[in-house]
Design a protein around this ligand. Structure first.
Ligand code: FAD
Length: 366
């Protein structure tokens, strides 16, 4: 009999397993996939660590979390500085003085601020009623048309005019020549890939892959005193209050045998509406790779249907109401702990999910 059955070998499950084992508890981790790591999984292709479930860049402002992950991996100096490609024109992201110079030829922060102000005023929007109006009222028409509209419409599968304004509360605008996407103090990619990092967390822990908890819920539950569940909470409760909606993604990965450097950057966003993918990731640039070949992944946003990979929760009113009902059921459980992005129906960055797992461990075991 184990102390804990942990359903899901992603970051939440792995951190919980590591910490519980450290405190003398026995754990069995199961995952329906054929690998550990959940969505941060990386696999080596042509000597390059490929991020199978989308580009993952670790960043945090929290020194404790940074020190925590550094126990399991050494991080490189990668800094996320994406490029936007709008119909062949290239712009730096996030919106900063480099972007404004390319867009308008302005060379000082005052000129850039003036330009944005003029465009905001010309649009005359006092109370934005949809995402389009909200974005224009924040950054003006040019940035919206070239860098936001198409990308957002592809991401959500709907016209920006039909999306609610609240999706964009703020848009990061910087009046410095700084292409660093994140504001956090710490950032990087684990040398050797995320899978190796999670392997270290799970060292000495029993792990069984290729098994779905729901195929024999009773059998798995009977193996441990308590369950840590990191799968979909609606599925745990047989969808009795309805199905929680997600946005999904399709990844199309290609090895380019004759190309050493395809796009000169790890992340290039395609911000026009016509190109069907939102981004091309060139994985070697996350780790300053010098191989003769390269591996690229095109990322296509897609509708989610039950059975597809759930990536982004749709946190609108309908889904929030459904989630609250499941949450109430979860709160009544004595021997089941729900954690991670799927069981709490929340978009978490890696540092947040690690923080949440550590907080759960403290509540449960300290
Ligand atoms: P998961 O990694 O999803 O792990 C859950 C595991 O449970 C999965 O392995 C699943 O197979 C397993 N499971 C589910 N149901 C069952 C079942 N019934 N039986 C057995 N096993 C089951 N974060 C960042 O900090 N930086 C980034 O740049 C970044 N980029 C991202 C890009 C994309 C496209 C996405 C979708 C997310 C990104 N994230 C990023 C967020 C990051 O992926 C998550 O924070 C993290 O993976 C969450 O870990 P988790 O353990 O909660 O969930």
């Amino acid at each position: 009999m184990y102390d804990y059955l942990i359903v899901g070998a992603g970051l939440f499950g792995a951190v919980f397993a590591y910490e519980a084992s450290k405190r003398g508890k026995t754990c069995l981790v199961i995952d329906k996939r054929d690998h550990i790591g959940g969505n941060v999984y990386t696999e080596e292709v042509e000597g390059i660590n490929v991020h199978r479930y989308g580009a993952h860049i670790f960043h945090t402002n929290n020194k404790k979390i940074w020190d925590y992950v550094n126990q399991f991996a050494t991080f490189n100096r990668y800094t996320n500085a994406p490029i936007a490609n709008y119909k062949g024109e290239l712009y730096n992201l996030p919106f900063n003085m480099n972007t404004f110079y390319t867009l308008w030829g302005v060379t000082s922060p005052q000129e850039a601020q003036q330009k944005i102000k003029e465009q905001r005023e010309a649009a005359g929007i006092s109370k934005p009623t949809n995402l389009e109006e909200q974005a224009i009222s924040l950054v003006g028409t040019d940035i919206y048309q070239k860098l936001i509209k198409g990308y957002t419409e592809k991401q959500w599968g709907r016209a920006a005019k039909d999306l609610p304004a609240f999706i964009i509360k703020r848009l990061p605008v910087r009046f410095t020549f700084d292409n660093n996407y994140f504001n956090d103090r710490y950032q990087g990619i684990p040398i050797g890939g995320y899978t190796a990092m999670v392997e270290k967390m799970l060292e000495g822990v029993d792990v069984t892959l290729n098994v779905d908890f729901f195929e024999d819920k009773e059998k798995w539950s009977n193996l441990a005193n308590k369950i840590v569940f990191t799968g979909m909470i609606d599925q745990y409760y047989d969808y009795q209050h309805g199905v929680l909606a997600y946005r999904s993604l399709q990844f199309d990965t290609t090895v380019l045998d004759d190309v050493a450097n395809y796009q000169g950057n790890a992340v290039v966003n395609y911000t026009d509406r016509e190109t069907p993918y939102t981004r091309i990731i060139e994985h070697k640039h996350f780790e300053f790779g010098t191989q003769d070949k390269t591996v690229i992944t095109k990322e296509y946003p897609s509708e989610w249907h039950p059975g597809d990979e759930p990536y982004y929760p749709v946190n609108d009113k309908r889904n929030e109401a459904i989630y609250q009902k499941y949450k109430q059921l979860a709160e009544q459980e004595v021997n089941v702990i729900f954690g991670g992005r799927l069981a709490t129906y929340k978009y978490y960055d890696m540092h947040q999910v690690i923080g949440a797992a550590l907080a759960t461990v403290t509540r449960e075991l300290d």
